[in-house]
Design a protein around this ligand. Structure first.
Ligand SMILES: [Zn+2]
Length: 275
């Protein structure tokens, strides 16, 4: 799908990252989809049906339903992976007051959460790790802000397709409580726990902390760091990726050096402090 129509949410990764989320970009997401979006009206929340379902499996789809199956995947760790910018096949048959009957896919950003759903009658947040639930709330809030819509535009698959298809996802999520939490979310990034005061990585640095930096860049910034080799050596490619990250992040000096401010902005995991 050539993403030629400006309606496609090519802003997803940037908007979610600006909300402080742990964002990964599945390579090729900008060009993945079943055609282009029409006007985007909101967000539809799903559970995958299994705790271990991966972002790759959402991109791939199933034998009876080719992927992508949703724009975003949220793991139980809270990691949010951007899977597709084009239309995903997630809604199927159903209806909702401000959506066309059996035609929601071109109007709704789908979020698949890796979760068994437990059961249709399970109390709110049963078997939903805090990290995953908070990431869901924050993702919905960031998207609604970007769309200029209120939290009312977050609906569950069960609210759209419950009658038509017997869908009950997202299981163990009371959608009214979720919408209230989305409305309350101020989207302020929480500072990471790591202590960055001793961090200084630059051209010529070596070791496990450089490897962690490379892993982080590669996973979270695949659009320009996806080809980075994780070898623990801070060479020209690593420096170029750091400079690109700094260029794209307001408030950072573009010097190719990872000090405390850049490490904080990267949510870099500290692995070799005072070893
Ligand atoms: Zn669903």
């Amino acid at each position: 799908m050539p993403a030629v129509w400006s309606g496609d949410p090519l802003w997803l990764a940037d908007v979610l990252r600006a909300a402080g989320l742990d964002v990964r970009e599945l390579p090729g997401w900008r060009d993945r989809g079943h055609g282009d979006f029409a006007d985007i009206r909101g967000v539809m929340v799903h559970h995958t049906g299994s705790d271990g379902a991966t972002a790759e499996s959402i991109a791939r789809g199933r034998p009876d339903l080719p992927g992508p199956l949703s724009a975003l995947h949220i793991a139980r760790s809270g990691a949010v992976t951007v899977v597709a910018a084009g239309v995903s096949w997630h809604a199927g048959e159903g209806s909702y007051p401000w959506l066309p009957v059996n035609g929601a896919n071109r109007h709704m950003i789908g979020i698949e959460c890796a979760n068994s759903g437990t059961s249709p009658s399970a109390p709110h947040r049963t078997h939903w790790p805090d990290a995953q639930y908070v990431a869901l709330v924050r993702s919905c809030a960031a998207i609604c802000r970007r769309l200029g819509r209120s939290a009312d535009r977050v609906i569950g698959h069960k609210e759209y397709a419950g009658r038509a298809q017997g869908k009950w996802d997202p299981g163990a999520i009371d959608m009214d409580i979720l919408r209230r939490d989305v409305a309350d979310d101020r989207g302020v990034p929480e500072p990471p726990d790591d202590d960055y005061s001793d961090i200084l990585l630059k051209r010529g640095s070596r070791g496990p902390q450089v490897a962690e930096l490379q892993r982080r860049l590669k996973a979270a910034y695949a659009s320009y760091a996806g080809n980075l080799v994780v070898d623990g050596v801070f060479g020209p490619d690593t420096e170029a990726a750091v400079r690109e990250f700094q260029r794209r992040t307001p408030g950072l000096v573009v010097d190719g050096i990872v000090g405390p401010a850049t490490a904080w902005a990267l949510r870099l995991r500290v692995v070799s402090a005072r070893a």
